[in-house]
Design a binder for this molecule. Structure first.
Ligand SMILES: Cc1cc2nc3c(=O)[nH]c(=O)nc-3n(C[C@H](O)[C@H](O)[C@H](O)COP(=O)(O)O)c2cc1C
Length: 304
């Protein structure tokens, strides 16, 4: 019998649906036992998000400053595989995810264990995955595969459609805004990953050390975001310090600092993102080789 632990957290239920689709073939297999571990912050985050509350979690998300969590221990500590499902908050793993990955329970569960990460986000996940890689390294876990699903409305529209989904609670927030979120079809097709994982688990009892999802289009790298994420991450690091200095999460003083930040962020999205995308397109012939190297790096370990 092989044992798999699925760690998940979701506000809208989207990531839960993605994880359910991935693990269905594992749950249907009598040779595989699947345990679920839902991450629960002590104080639940609101959904839909009040406008300023959404930004209040920005510094802690970027700095990966752990918040209090309600930890429930799964039935065992020695799993053959951990499937870690997470969403991205401000180019970082969501706060419940990063908090859990720095807990003692995670230290016991992840040590010497192969891990598949499954990301469901708007579209900018490269920096978050770099941070998760570091956390996994600290836990002495081995990342063997990565699956990424991004919003169906496309990179440009998602800057509007996804925040509006977060603020209104509706995927189709207004008739004139494209529908946010990962498409139902893409979610349904995630069972191909579960099938490949089940095949490998049943093949032989050895420890999983190599990717299982190569050739299954587990990730797609949007090269336009490589530079924007680097710039964004750099500015986020500075702003997270400034905003923390204003006051603690949900304080009135922090709200004042956040007003400045929101203006900056909107300016960043309207200027740096399109400008860097345009510059990238113009100099594409000169940077082709470097971009190919970067794409190959970010698509590891599963590949595009
Ligand atoms: C506070 C916050 C910040 C977010 N920041 C990002 C981001 O930087 N990049 C991204 O691709 N998606 C971002 N998203 C979208 C989420 O990754 C995710 O798609 C959405 O919250 C739905 O996830 P759920 O499964 O928790 O419902 C953000 C969402 C929230 C709530």
């Amino acid at each position: 019998m092989r044992n798999v632990l699925v760690i998940h957290y979701s506000q809208t239920g989207q990531l839960t649906r993605i994880s359910e689709s991935v693990i269905k073939p594992l749950q249907d297999d009598p040779q595989i036992n699947v345990d679920l571990l839902e991450l629960k912050p002590e104080q639940a985050f609101p959904f839909p998000w009040p406008f300023l509350s959404f930004f209040h979690v920005f510094p802690e998300s970027v700095k990966m400053q752990p918040i209090p969590m309600q930890h429930t221990c799964p039935p065992r500590l020695d799993y053959d595989l951990i499937i870690l499902c997470y969403q991205v908050w401000f180019l970082s793993p969501s706060l419940p995810t990063s908090s859990f990955l720095q807990s003692e329970l995670a230290a016991s569960l992840f040590k010497n264990t192969p891990v598949v990460t499954v990301i469901g986000c708007r579209g900018m996940w490269l920096s978050a995955q770099e941070k998760v890689k570091c956390l996994l390294e600290n836990l002495q876990a081995t990342l063997v595969d990565n699956v990424v699903l991004t919003d169906q409305c496309g990179a440009g529209f998602s800057f509007l459609a996804t925040p509006l989904w977060m603020f209104t609670g509706r995927k189709k927030s207004y008739s004139w805004v494209p529908k946010a979120g990962v498409s139902d079809q893409e979610i349904a097709q995630c069972d191909r990953f579960g099938e490949a994982i089940a095949t490998r688990l049943n093949k032989d009892p050895s420890k999983i050390e190599q990717p299982m999802l190569k050739g299954l289009a587990a990730v797609t790298i949007n090269e336009k975001f490589i530079a924007s994420e680097r710039v964004g991450q750099h500015s986020f690091r500075i702003w997270s310090k400034i905003i923390s200095a204003f006051g603690p999460m949900y304080s009135l003083r922090r709200s004042c600092g956040l007003m400045l930040y929101v203006i900056f962020l909107v300016t960043l999205i309207l200027t740096v993102v399109p400008i860097s995308a345009l510059i990238k397109r113009l100099i594409a012939p000169l940077t082709k080789k470097r971009i190919a190297t970067q794409k190959a790096y970010f698509s590891e370990p599963s590949g595009e």
